[in-house]
Design a protein around this ligand. Structure first.
Ligand SMILES: Cc1ncc(COP(=O)(O)O)c(C=O)c1O
Length: 374
């Protein structure tokens, strides 16, 4: 091995080591092993996956695809087929849509396309972490403005950050982790004033009260992010899309770095699921009904406050220290996303709306943990 290579690789390693990467922490398999139980006993409420989607209806679609698809071929015209199908669902034309490997890759693609070293991105905090990681990797700066105490956008605070260096604004609505939608008039004001690209992340849009998609033509600088991972229950597949006005959608579509970024199987599964919309619709209505019951039940636990939700998860704050509760839940095989301090609340968790029996296990565990002396 040449000395030159060793020196160069060491420097690279150091530089890459400084890059923040997403880490999900313990996995269900890892936790099951630690606890000496079967993985099916783990209650996984940490990733906002949608278990209300009926697997018995998904599986036959995959089997049909296995027969129909020819894996030997490149997926040349596949994206166009899905875009065409999406026009019926979204009410926008196909030239307003760009397909991606789910939401994360879309954020990454937009950041790579539009953010250069020294550019600044702005977002409220707390919010979804991926945009910050992508901007930092591009050597951009990431400026955050706290949400208001009611989890809404601090419009004046954000406007005061806009200048000729701010080229990306990220707004998540419904917001992860606070689960509320932002006021439309606030979003409108910010998008209209922003001198760069705005990602409006509607990953949880199907669970919410409104979408900005019908108003797309009013905002030339806005990209609405959507995913098949949540309402459609296809997180394993990695499929999402951007909705933007044609010139912006075209750049996102055509300037993806690689020729066929999304697998043909994935795209065709998206088409199939859109041809069977009842699967998603039933899942969303089942989940929303359970969500409302779950919030009421959580709020009845002494020491737990659950906030209203317009997504497939619920933000809670507990009277006990978050670390203590987190450890006690893990011991019982229950996984939540720990947030800890969030604005004026000290001990927050993000809780996926699981199937009723999973939620019941969490409720029982929280009752026990909250009543134990620390
Ligand atoms: C707000 C938000 N946006 C985007 C995503 C990305 O999801 P995916 O990459 O599965 O589409 C997530 C995932 O949890 C999310 O919470």
């Amino acid at each position: 091995m040449s000395e030159d290579y060793q020196k160069w690789f060491k420097e690279k390693q150091q530089k890459l080591g400084a890059i923040d990467c997403y880490s999900a922490g313990v996995t269900p398999e890892g936790l099951a092993e630690q606890l000496g139980v079967d993985v099916s006993e783990i209650v996984k409420l940490n990733f906002n996956e949608n278990l209300f989607v009926d697997r018995s209806k998904q599986v036959p679609l995959m089997k049909q695809l296995a027969e129909e698809i020819d894996l030997r071929m490149y997926p040349e015209d596949e994206e166009a087929k899905l875009r065409e199908k999406l026009t019926g669902y979204l009410g926008v034309s196909a030239d307003c849509i760009a397909i991606s490997n789910a939401g994360d890759e879309l954020i990454d693609r937009i950041v790579r396309l539009f953010i250069e070293k020294g550019d600044v991105a702005v977002s409220p905090t707390p919010t979804f972490a991926i945009p910050r990681l992508c901007v930092k990797r591009q050597e951009g700066e990431y400026v955050t403005v706290p949400l208001t105490a009611g989890f809404q956008l601090d419009v004046e605070g954000m406007l005061s950050q806009f200048n000729d260096k701010t080229r990306l604004l990220y707004i998540c609505s419904p917001n992860n982790p606070t689960s509320n939608q932002m006021r439309p008039e606030d979003i409108e004001k910010l998008v209209k004033a922003f001198p760069g690209i705005v990602i409006l992340d509607e990953a949880y849009g199907e669970f919410a009260d409104y979408s900005f998609i019908p108003r797309l033509s009013e905002f030339s600088n806005m990209v609405i992010l959507r995913t098949f991972s949540k309402a459609f229950g296809l997180a394993m597949l990695r499929l999402g899309y951007a909705v933007a006005n044609p010139p912006l959608a075209k750049v996102i579509r055509e300037k993806a770095p690689l020729p066929y970024p999304v697998s043909g199987f994935t795209i065709r599964m998206g088409v199939k699921i859109l041809e069977n919309m009842d699967i998603m619709r039933q899942a969303v209505s089942g989940l929303v009904a359970e969500r409302e019951k779950f919030i009421l039940a959580l709020n009845q636990i002494e020491g737990v406050e659950a906030f209203p939700s317009q997504a497939d998860f619920i933000l809670i704050n507990t009277k006990k220290p978050a670390d203590e509760t987190y450890t006690a839940l893990l011991k019982r095989g229950i996984m939540l996303k720990k947030w800890g301090k969030l604005l004026q609340y000290d001990n927050c968790f993000r809780v996926t709306v699981g199937l009723p029996e999973m939620n019941q296990k969490l409720i029982r565990a929280l009752k026990e943990i909250m009543s134990e002396s620390s």
